[in-house]
Design a protein around this ligand. Structure first.
Ligand SMILES: [Fe+2]
Length: 396
């Protein structure tokens, strides 16, 4: 049989993957794959070109605009050993870019893992002439390794397991989230031709609960400004706000598999928004400076440490290269134990470093039980649900 683009594609470099002109702009699908106008994360981009064609005049015009303007101005890119600087930027902006997190062999293994799983997602043929099935409630050509997995995470995969304890990231995480634990992992993908801008959103809204627990944690983390002996309610409003700001309920690292450029759809981040209770602007109301805040310039092997509360989104991938940002998610030690999903098989957990075992202890499934749905990838919610339930029934 002739080799197809799915057999031969690579995460790095030009590919024929994506750019499916038969997938209408802004189209999304429901839980069963029926075509619907919008839903969930499939919020329309009012500025998107009318056709998903690489050299269509409207795409060319958008590309020109991006070439001229796109990219976070003055983006600071740290080195892994700059712990003070990294912590300061993370607290101030709600995200920080650090380069050189992965050496070449590690980066090569991560890319291979990302290719293998993407191949699985794209090998399911699209409906009614489309090249691929769009993921439920998302914009076309955008997938999440996490939500496309029937276990909701990728912690059954050796590559994601390897992310749990890297010599470069462990010291940084220990500094910015002392006592952290792993809650899961996945990450997102923008195929070439994902021409719609994703809407700005938070990955975790802070309801401001657990004030006293967070105050105690802030003191234990070394923040000296909170007077001993006072409860959270006894603090003045500015200090209460500071407690919440300094204790993110969750965070993530997204690893860049390729150089992020003005053209290949990097994540964009709006600085300082981890501290706001306001909702981000709707796509039509976004000012240009927010549109152009993609983290262009971050090289392959770097990572974005993100406070989940900060506003961010995927941006249009106008290139011919896949933009792939696998991630690992973390929570502080005061995270409610009941909310962990058991997504890591015991057999994988056993292969981890002692520190890796420690921080993954709450996501580990018991010996002899396979995490429900792990290994099945599907863009459609109801297919994933069925796979998850079947695996649950099979084992119990
Ligand atoms: Fe997000």
């Amino acid at each position: 049989m002739a080799e197809t683009e799915l057999d031969s594609f690579r995460i790095v470099g030009d590919t024929t993957i994506g750019w499916d002109a038969n997938t209408p702009v802004n189209e999304t699908v429901d839980d069963d794959g029926n075509f619907v106008g919008s839903g969930g994360f499939g919020v329309h981009d009012p500025r998107a070109p009318s056709e998903r064609v690489y050299d269509h005049p409207e795409v060319q015009a958008l590309r020109e605009e991006y070439k001229k303007h796109n990219g976070f101005k003055g983006l600071e890119i740290c080195e892994p050993h700059e712990l003070d600087r990294i912590a300061k930027i993370f607290r101030r902006d709600g995200f920080v870019v650090v380069k050189d997190l992965l050496d070449e062999p590690t980066l090569a293994r991560f890319r291979e893992g990302c290719e293998e799983v993407l191949r699985q997602i794209l090998s399911i043929p699209g409906h009614q002439g489309r090249k691929y099935i769009t993921e439920t409630n998302r914009l076309p050509h955008r997938y999440s390794y996490g939500t496309a997995s029937a276990s909701r995470h990728m912690m059954h995969h050796p590559v994601w397991a390897e992310m749990t304890d890297l010599p470069t990231t462990t010291p940084i995480l220990s500094r910015i989230m002392p006592g952290y634990l792993v809650s899961g992992g996945g990450g997102d993908l923008a195929l070439p031709g994902a021409i719609e801008m994703q809407h700005l959103h938070s990955d975790g809204f802070d309801v401001g609960a657990n004030g006293d627990v967070r105050l105690k944690y802030a003191r234990e983390s070394g923040y000296k400004m909170f007077e001993e002996g006072k409860t959270f309610d006894e603090l003045d409003i500015r200090l209460q706000r500071l407690v919440l700001e300094l204790t993110p309920p969750s965070m993530t690292i997204n690893f860049a598999m390729t150089d992020l450029t003005w053209e290949n759809g990097p994540i964009r981040q709006i600085p300082g928004t981890h501290t706001t209770m306001q909702m981000p602007p709707k796509p039509a109301d976004e000012p240009d400076w927010m549109r152009w805040s993609a983290l262009a310039g971050a090289p392959a092997g770097s990572g974005v440490f993100r406070d989940h509360r900060a506003w961010h989104s995927g941006t249009p991938n106008l290139s011919r290269e896949i933009r792939c940002l696998p991630n690992l998610e973390f929570v502080p030690p005061w995270h409610n134990e009941q909310h962990y999903m058991k997504s890591m098989p015991h057999e994988i957990w056993k292969t981890l470093t002692p520190h890796g075992k420690e921080i993954c202890r709450f996501i580990k499934q018991e010996a002899g039980v396979w995490p429900f749905g792990a290994g099945v990838m599907h863009p459609l919610t109801n297919e994933r649900k069925a796979a998850n339930e079947a695996s649950r029934e099979e084992q119990y």
